[in-house]
Design a binder for this molecule. Sequence first.
Ligand SMILES: [Zn+2]
Length: 321
Amino acid sequence: MNDAIMSIEEKNRQRKARIGKIKKLIVGSVIVSILFPTILSLCLMLKVFSLQEQVNELTKMIENKKESSEVDKTVDLADGVYATELPENMQVQPMANVESTTEANSNEIEETIVYLTFDDGPSENTSSILDILKEHNVKATFFVTGKETDEAKALYKRIVDEGHTLGMHSYSHQYSEIYNSVESFANDERKLRDLLYEVTGVIPTLYRFPGGSSNLVSNIDMTEFIKYLKSEGITYFDWNVASGDAASQNVDVDTLVNNVLNDVGLYHTSVVLMHDTTEKTTSVEALGKIIESIQALGIEMRPLDENVPPVQHIKAESVNN
Ligand SMILES: [Zn+2]
């Protein structure tokens, strides 16, 4: 009898133990099935966050790249009018590409020369620009517009007297006017040429198209104006290094300096686009730094003349008269 009770009790104990084990197993697997996904999703969330950060950084980098390349391709927005993108075939080739695609004598070491150019002057900043150039013993090129005040005339004269190149940038700088017809372009150009000759005694032979030769503003094919300039013996220059000061009124000094320094070494002939307008004070502030940094690289700066290898978005030699 006792044995029978014992065995029942024993069986009960064993059953309880088994139930206990099963309970533990269930609780354990519940815990695991909750904990494991929680930990896993925490890990995944962390991964997502870090990926998101990387994506943000990349997006920022792309944005910056985009911005700087837009600045490069932004032509002369002094009037705040239009920006153009250069068609693929008009992109200026960096030096490395040029070297690999031309049959230039590779033994000949071509030196790099930088040509600083200032568009849209004279302005209230021209004197300061000239002072800085003088201080650093650097000659540059001024692509000026037509202004008939005594101050402006004195500045045209000072530009020439101090050994800089005085180039033309249209009399009116009104896109709608100068690009309306070859005739109005020619009238505008002659008006400026006459004014500059009258004031300085020098006939200007260099031209920079407002908006560049690659501008998409002109209603007429730019090659028509190029033909006209060629017939007049006038050489036009675009640019392959943009300071970025065309983009807005006051780009900060460091950005301007970096924009120039990043690109100036890419070409044997670097034509740097800057602006000489009263509002663009940071261009003046940046100038000294730009010059000193270029000099520190051992690169010489010179004024443009018609013998400088042309830097043109639309090549003059591709246009037949
Ligand atoms: Zn301009």
